[in-house]
Design a protein around this ligand. Structure first.
Ligand code: LLP
Length: 434
């Protein structure tokens, strides 16, 4: 069991709330976030990502999971937050998050998105490339404002993770390459613009990375590059942002991860490379998403039925699937599951948990050992807190599930289940063409 999960007479409780009660109150599929667990992850990061040599900042990467309730938790726990789109930015700004603690990413920011950033006076914009500098400067001139900016770099580190979530190969679409022959000129152009206040460099080598060495290599490359540019341009560069991507254990087969240990190791690498380069830096930022929310979230489903095929596959059908968790279909991601209302069931079966979509790939877990279950039983899939809700879709016009936070025996609804009206409210019936 993870976080505050407990077995009370065979029924799973999370944060002191029984899953049966949650099903009755909110229906299924349901995303459940264990607040205590999430806050413990944040505390671990805050306690371990510290240095006596420089200030540290932790920015929650909201793409992992975002709702207004989530921004409140991030704000209360003292982290900054980032956005990569107007939609994420809007969600954050309309939850009264302090604007100076908001940072904007994205490899193709529209003028409208940049205007939202500048008008609201957010903390910083991370420029993806040389062309964005001109766009941000243009908007700053229009509103007579100045904006803090960083430049995203591609530092060419091929971290070991799924091909789709690598971000720092030479061919990646993100950032300006440190190997580009014009890179000094590109930085100079940003530094020289009066509308922009250049803070420093950003990099993010990918997501779900377990390899500490890749992070250290990244950090060293960033420090070396920062030194080189500050000397060439004769400027002081106060900030380094090394992104997120810290790996999370989804199943027993994954490597066990000690987040605090990884943070301390990164700090040590940073301090060592600063000494080696004879350099000072004022502030170092990380941007974890998954490591804060993945394990704290799970998805509760109701079993609709079962089927044994002629080919010998035993299916358990659940009332959600790839529409609330695309990760198995997209990245062959593995998850663990339990029959949450029958934890003491000793009879086990090998089954495949399948969703409702018209898609053979709509499988949440293949050939997994599960307690014997039947119609109306509850299945809980754990570790779905990151990139589950945020990558959910309305394929087959599925309704996006509700989201609840649980803590100390209480549950709090933070997103309502979508309704059929929500699904069709933007459709317009054709008139006068028949
Ligand atoms: N910073 C930047 C610039 C990023 O691009 C990302 C993730 C993060 C921070 C946070 O990374 P994290 O700590 O969550 O690993 N949909 C994929 C993951 C895509 C990650 C994209 N960028 C998945 O479900 O595995």
């Amino acid at each position: 069991y993870l976080g505050t999960m407990t077995n009370v007479d065979g029924v799973l409780e999370i944060g002191g709330v029984s899953v049966k009660e949650l099903q009755e109150k909110y229906g299924t599929p349901l995303y459940i976030y264990d607040l205590e667990f999430m806050e413990k992850n944040i505390k671990d990061l805050k306690e371990s990502f510290v240095s006596e040599k420089f200030k540290t900042t932790i920015v929650y990467a909201s793409k992992a999971y975002l709702s207004k309730g989530m921004t409140q938790i991030i704000e209360k726990n003292g982290l900054d937050i980032d956005a990569v789109s107007g939609g994420e930015l809007y969600t954050i700004l309309t939850s009264n998050f302090p604007t100076k603690r908001v940072h904007m990413h994205g490899n193709n920011k529209s003028l409208e998105e940049i205007e939202m950033c500048v008008k609201n006076g957010i903390g910083s914009i991370i420029l993806d490339n040389r062309f964005e500098a001109e766009k941000v400067a243009l908007v700053c001139r229009k509103f007579n404002k100045k904006m803090n900016v960083m430049l995203r770099l591609n530092i060419g580190i091929d971290a070991h993770t799924h091909e789709y979530i690598k971000t720092s190969k030479h061919s990646s679409k993100f950032g300006e390459s440190i190997f580009d022959k014009d890179v000094v000129k590109i930085v100079k152009d940003i530094v020289d613009r009066p509308e922009l206040n250049f803070l420093g460099f950003h990099s993010h080598i990918g997501s779900q990375i377990f390899d500490e060495l890749a992070f250290c290599e990244g950090v060293e490359t960033m420090v070396e590059f920062t030194k080189k540019i500050s000397e060439k341009l004769n400027i002081c560069i106060p900030d380094i942002n090394i992104g997120g991507g810290f790996g999370v254990r989804y199943t027993q087969e994954d490597t066990d991860v000690n987040l605090k240990k990884i943070m301390k190791k990164i700090i040590r690498c940073l301090e060592n490379s600063l000494v080696k380069e004879g350099m000072d830096i004022k502030n170092v930022t990380i941007e974890p998403g998954r490591s804060i929310v993945a394990q704290a979230g799970s998805t509760l489903y109701t079993v609709g039925g079962e089927k044994e095929t002629y080919g010998g596959e035993k299916y358990i059908f659940i009332d959600g699937g790839m529409t609330d968790n695309i990760r198995p279909a997209l990245y062959q991601a593995k998850y663990e599951s339990i029959v949450a209302n029958k934890l003491n069931e000793t009879e086990k079966e090998i089954v495949t948990i399948a969703g409702k979509c018209c898609e053979s790939g709509d499988i949440i877990a293949k050939n997994v050992r599960l307690g014997k279950c039947r119609e109306n039983d509850l299945i809980l899939v754990s570790c779905t807190g990151a990139y589950g809700h945020s990558m959910s879709s309305n394929y087959n016009k599925a309704l996006k599930p509700a989201v609840v936070f649980v803590k100390d025996g209480k549950s709090y609804l933070v997103s309502k289940r979508e309704s059929y009206d929500d699904l069709t409210k933007n459709d317009i019936l054709l008139e006068n063409i028949f």
